[in-house]
Design a protein around this ligand. Sequence first.
Ligand code: LLP
Length: 386
Amino acid sequence: MFFPTHSFQGLQTPFYYYDTALLGQTLDVVAAQLALREGWHMHYAVKANANPVLLRIISARGFGADCVSGGEVRTAIAHGFAPETVVYAGVGKSDWEINLALDAGIGCFNVESAAELRVINDLAGAKGVQAPVALRVNPDIGAHTHANITTGLAENKFGINLEQLEGVLREALSLPHIIYRGLHFHIGSQITDMLDFQALCNRINVLSHELSRHGLPVGDINVGGGLGVDYEHPDDAPMAGFEAYFDVFRRHLDVRSGQKVHFELGRSLVAHCGSLVTRVLYVKEGTSKRFAIVDGSMTELIRPALYHAFHLPQNISVESTRPNVTYDVVGPVCESSDVFTRAFGLPECRRGDFIAFRTAGAYGESMASGYNCRPLPKSYFSSDFF
Ligand code: LLP
């Protein structure tokens, strides 16, 4: 990725920089993959990044939105997503959030429990409307990813267990203010082993067969999100492996005629196009280490502190060659976990150099906080400079 470092000189750091051209190319690839099958739809997972400019670019492609709160439903619709393309998941939807989504006329509630199903039925009844609903199934598949971001295993809070599914489905069919639309799945995030998605397809096929055998409708299938990206080599692999990913579903998911397939990718659409741009404040010599202290921190990008995630640091101020020096790259926040990376070799850092943390477009800005009374990060776009 090319950074307009010269144009950054007058800007207050830290900030997010988004390459909107790369985002556009990524969306092109995804749209082309979806077009290979009729009835395949993308609902961008807004939680990955709710930056208004990015939302506008994604909604302009005709993609739908996958939301997990009333706030996200409101934000998505305000930034161009058609209400009927909005799907809404989450184990703890409040009454005001359900009412907001009903009033907006969203496409589908992804329901996570029988208790929630009944509340949606009651609230829809009070408005004299019917709520479109998919049942989120916990498929009991362990994706090979970080424990904090796997969601499809039996012991976690998401979805309806396989044993309970048939009962909840029968109830959904019997409730007067519910329209049953289909089944929803999501097995985790940052998944790079395509066999995990193949296992999901197999599980869906078996489940669909079982339900049909019991005379129950399957409806449409939402396979969730989860496709991972390469954080180590952002320039060699500036796009996720969309072809291999969609190929798994083309080859392994049994789709019946007229059945729609919904996808909810978040990270893989936006991760690569974003970087957190910071400045070196101080280089501090420790006893056995050298610290590069930058002005960005875990309040702009919490992933290293929360998941030990790696975001490649790059000294984008270095034009001529400088010797490589090993640093712990750290932020100013009063937490010992406010470390971007340890023992990392960078071209010698000097006060004022710009350090960009790469592949930060997903779950970066959207997870920013105001801890230590730090301001929320600003954002700039390649289209502002080129
Ligand atoms: N659908 C559902 C129901 C989800 O829970 C998620 C993400 C997605 C779709 C989008 O998944 P993606 O394609 O982005 O993997 N903060 C963590 C990631 C949390 C993901 C939560 N669910 C991180 O920074 O790695």
